[in-house]
Structures are given as C-alpha cells and as structure tokens.
Design a protein around this ligand. Sequence first.
Ligand SMILES: NC(=O)c1ccc[n+]([C@@H]2O[C@H](COP(=O)([O-])OP(=O)(O)OC[C@H]3O[C@@H](n4cnc5c(N)ncnc54)[C@H](OP(=O)(O)O)[C@@H]3O)[C@@H](O)[C@H]2O)c1
Length: 249
Amino acid sequence: MKYAIITGASSGFGAAIAKRLQHQGYGLVLLARRYDRLLALQKSLLATPVVIAKVDVCNVNEVEKAISNLGAEVADNIYILVNNAGLAVGRGPIESGMIDDWNRMIDTNVKGLLHVSKVVIPLLKKHPNSHLINISSIAGKETYGGGNVYCASKHAVDALSRAMRIDLVEQQIRVSNIAPGAAETEFSLVRFKGDKQTAKSVYNGFDALQADDIAQAVGFIVSRPPHVSIADLTIMPSAQANASLIHKN
Ligand SMILES: NC(=O)c1ccc[n+]([C@@H]2O[C@H](COP(=O)([O-])OP(=O)(O)OC[C@H]3O[C@@H](n4cnc5c(N)ncnc54)[C@H](OP(=O)(O)O)[C@@H]3O)[C@@H](O)[C@H]2O)c1
C-alpha cells in the first residue's frame, strides 16, 4: 500500500485531499492539532488504512515524534507529502498588525512546512517519482491590501517550492506548488478569529472554490505518469481575476 502524509487534515483542503487520495487507493497519515476532528475523519475513511496524529507543525519535536512513531509498513511506503497546514491571522495595515498574529503565520506557514519537509523528505527519497506538494496561495504570487505578512509567508512557500524542485530533482521527487484563490473553508473564520459574520461575508456574491476543487487538483498531480511533473497550478474561482479583484453580484 502506498501512503500519503497530509498536514492540516482536520478541515478544509486537507480533509478533502484525504478523501480524494483514499478514493485513489492511498493509505493516509493525517496530521493536525484538533485530534477529535482527525478521529471523526478517520472513522469516515474506511477504504484504506488511516493513521492519525495530533501534531502542531510549529513544534519540530512533535513532528519528529509523529513520523518516527509510524510503523515500518507505513514509513517505508510514503509516496506523497502534502504540506497543507497553514493559516492567515488578521487582515489590516502593517503598522497595526499584531506581533502574535505575525508569529503564528510565519511559524506555521513557513517554519512548519520546513519542519515537516525535513523529516519526511528522507522517506520520499526511498521512492523515485514520489510527490511533495506545497499548498501556497494566490497570496504567494501577488500581494493585496491588508494581506502583508500572510502574503509574505506564502511568497516564502512559493520560493521554497522552486528551491525544493532544484534540490530534489536528482532524487526524482516531483515538487508541485498549488496556489488557490478564494476558497470557502474555515480559513476566514480563523483569519477573523471566530467572527462568523465577517468570515461569511468574504464569500458573499460569488461562487467561491470548494475544498474538493483543490483536492481534485492534488488527485490529478499524483496520477500523472512518472515523466510528468506539474510544477505550479494557480486555481481561482471564475469570479476572481487576481489576488485583489473578485467580481461580486
Ligand atoms: N481557503 C482559502 O481561501 C485559501 C486560499 C489559498 C491558500 N489557502 C491555504 O490552504 C491551506 C489550507 O487552508 P484551508 O483553506 O483548508 O483552511 P482551514 O479549513 O482553516 O484548514 C487549515 C488546516 O491547517 C491546520 N493547521 C493550522 N495550523 C496548524 C498547526 N500549527 N499545526 C498543524 N496543523 C495546523 C488546521 O488544523 P488544526 O487547527 O486542527 O491544527 C486545519 O486542518 C492553508 O495553508 C491556507 O493558507 C487557503
């Protein structure tokens, strides 16, 4: 059985990617902080083996422990890593940004992705043509008003995808970067710190992407033949023109 490791699998893109990859026959290793959510997801995913672990990607010791606890049958068969865990916290002018929000975004989106990659790449190296997929953002391609530090963190992810592609080409690990536009997940609820009304208003007046739209892209990437690497995909709702412009009814 081939396995995929997915970070941030407790909601949104990560949970949808888990479902899609299981449908395509992969066993799963699902990581996130909310264990109850992982447990509920595990109970619903019955077609292949599913390992879950409570991991804060910001904490390198937790990442190392979770991966070293995988049995040999799983650890020797990791073919896919999806670095998906991430978040935006707050939105506003740089001078009124909160240091704690900045730290959470940089620690999770950049350092967390590095922690997981460092620990999992040695496992991917066992299999030529394995996949490392980074979930960046349209905010990693362009900046938008009030998005400053989130955009910076996702620009770092975009740069890391390009750098990893160079570092891992000899090992035949295919590195893909996915840059989604506006998608209706728990993303805005987290960004606006539980303010449901503001979070909902982000998606008013247009058809936002849904989590499975991104999961389908992951499913496509991992089903390409060995000589094909999907390097970079920007996926937006039809109503979105760029990072700042969404046509709303
Ligand atoms: N939705 C969008 O519009 C959009 C657009 C472009 C890019 N993205 C990116 O897509 C990725 C997934 O976001 P989403 O839209 O699916 O949002 P979401 O529904 O809020 O999911 C985010 C996931 O990341 C996990 N996570 C956050 N901090 C973590 C940490 N320190 N350690 C481990 N897991 C952590 C969360 O799990 P726990 O809270 O349980 O730990 C959750 O499973 C993120 O990287 C986000 O930046 C989203």
